[in-house]
Write a protein that binds this ligand. Structure first.
Ligand SMILES: NC(=O)c1ccc[n+]([C@@H]2O[C@H](COP(=O)([O-])OP(=O)(O)OC[C@H]3O[C@@H](n4cnc5c(N)ncnc54)[C@H](O)[C@@H]3O)[C@@H](O)[C@H]2O)c1
Ligand SMILES: O=C(O)[C@H](O)CO
Length: 314
C-alpha cells in the first residue's frame, strides 16, 4: 500500500517520523510538493499525508486509488471535504496536539496588544524614552485585562483553553453562538456580544460560514479600544477592514497569526502596515510550533493511520 507524505518540511527537521514509518511499508516522504507536482506524486497512492498542500476536487477525482487523507493539522481548509466525501475517501485530521502552544501564543498576543507593546517598543527604539520629561512613557493607553470581557468564537479545544487563561487573568469570558445557528444555541449571538467585547479571539475553523465573519459591519459595532486576535485562519476576518479600523483608531489592537495566502509571497497590506505606528502584530502562522506540539502531530497521525489500517484490514 503506497502512502505519500507531501510536505514533511512543514513539520521541521527535528520531529521523529518513526511512528508513521513503522506503520506503512511503502511510504514516500517529500519535503515539499508544488501544486503541479501533486498528481504525479500521489498517482497510485492509497494514503495521502498533507499538512498544507491543497487537495482539491480536481486532484481527488484524478486519484482513483486514494482511500485515506491524513491531515497533519487541525484545520482542514486546504481540502475539498465535499469532494472527498463524495468519493468515499476518509479524512482524518489531528486535534488537541498543541493546545498549550496555541493558547499561550494567543495569550502572548493578547498581553502584548494590551500593553501596546508594538508602539512602546518602537518609541524606545526611536529614542522617545531618552527624550522624555518624565521617568516613563505613557502616551499609549494600555488595557488592564482583569475585569474586562473576553469574547471567543469557537468553543472547541483552543477556544476553551484560551477561555481558561482569560479567566486566570480575571477576565469575564463569553462564547458566541455559532453564527447561523443562533436559534438552536443557548449562547448569546456574536452580534449581541461584539459591542461589549474588550478582547475578541477567534478559534473557529475557516469554512464558507466563517469566511469574512469579522467584516466591516462587525468591526463597526466593536468598541474602539477593543483588541482583535486571530490565531485561527486568515480570511475569518476581513483583514483590509480591520487594518482600516486600526488606522482610524476604531480598533485598539490587531494581532494575526495567519493570513489568507501563506506564505504571503505577493505581500499583504498587514505586512506593509508593520512599518506604521500601529498596535499591530503579525506572527508567521507559528502559534503551534513548539517541539512538543509538532511531535504530537506525528504521534496522533500515527494513531489515525493505525486505526484506519485496523478498520480496513483487521
Ligand atoms: N495558528 C495555529 O497555529 C493553529 C493551530 C491549530 C489550529 N488552528 C486553527 O484553529 C481552529 C480551531 O482549532 P481547535 O483545535 O479549537 O478546533 P476544534 O475543532 O476543537 O474547535 C473548533 C470549534 O469551532 C466551532 N465552529 C465551527 N464552525 C463554526 C462557526 N461557523 N462559527 C463558530 N464556531 C464554529 C466548532 O463547533 C468547535 O467548537 C482550527 O480549525 C485551525 O484552523 C490554528
Ligand atoms: O491547523 C493547524 O493545526 C495549524 O494551522 C498548524 O498546521
Amino acid at each position: 500500500m503506497k502512502a505519500v507524505f507531501l510536505d514533511a518540511a512543514s513539520l521541521g527537521d527535528d520531529v521523529d517520523l518513526a511512528p508513521i514509518r513503522t506503520l506503512v511499508d511503502d511510504l514516500v516522504i517529500h519535503q515539499l510538493t508544488a501544486m503541479d507536482e501533486r498528481l504525479d506524486r500521489l498517482e497510485g497512492a492509497t494514503i495521502a499525508l498533507t499538512n498544507k498542500v491543497v487537495i482539491d476536487a480536481e486532484l481527488i477525482d484524478a486519484l482513483p486509488d486514494l482511500k485515506l487523507i491524513c491531515v497533519l493539522a487541525t484545520g482542514t481548509n486546504n481540502l475539498d471535504m465535499v469532494a472527498a466525501e463524495r468519493r468515499g475517501i476518509i479524512v482524518r485530521n489531528v486535534s488537541a496536539y498543541g493546545t498549550a502552544s496555541v493558547a499561550q501564543h494567543t495569550l502572548m498576543l493578547t498581553l502584548a496588544l494590551a500593553a501596546r507593546l508594538p508602539l512602546y517598543q518602537t518609541d524606545v527604539r526611536d529614542g522617545a524614552w531618552q527624550r522624555s520629561d518624565i521617568f516613563c512613557l505613557l502616551d499609549h493607553r494600555t488595557l488592564q485585562l482583569a475585569g474586562k470581557h473576553l469574547v471567543i468564537v469557537g468553543s472547541g479545544e483552543l477556544g476553551s483553553a484560551v477561555a481558561r487563561l482569560g479567566e486566570t487573568f480575571g477576565m469575564r469570558v463569553s462564547f458566541a453562538a455559532r453564527p447561523g445557528n443562533e436559534a438552536n444555541d443557548a449562547r448569546p449571538s456574536l452580534t449581541s456580544l461584539l459591542g461589549d467585547a474588550d478582547v475578541l479571539s477567534l478559534h473557529c475553523p475557516l469554512t464558507e460560514a466563517t469566511r469574512g465573519l469579522i467584516d466591516r459591519e462587525a468591526l463597526a459595532t466593536m468598541k474602539k479600544e477593543a483588541l482583535l486576535i486571530n490565531c485561527a485562519r486568515g480570511g475569518i476576518i476581513d483583514e483590509d477592514a480591520a487594518l482600516a479600523a486600526l488606522r482610524d483608531r476604531r480598533l485598539g489592537g490587531l494581532a494575526v497569526d495567519s493570513l489568507p495566502v501563506e506564505p504571503p509571497r505577493e505581500g499583504h497590506p498587514l505586512l506593509d502596515a508593520l512599518h506604521e505606528p500601529l498596535n499591530l502584530i503579525v506572527t508567521p502562522h507559528n502559534a503551534w510550533i513548539t517541539p512538543e506540539a509538532r511531535q504530537r502531530v506525528v504521534d496522533l497521525t500515527a494513531d489515525n493511520l493505525r486505526t484506519w489500517l485496523t478498520e480496513e484490514h483487521g
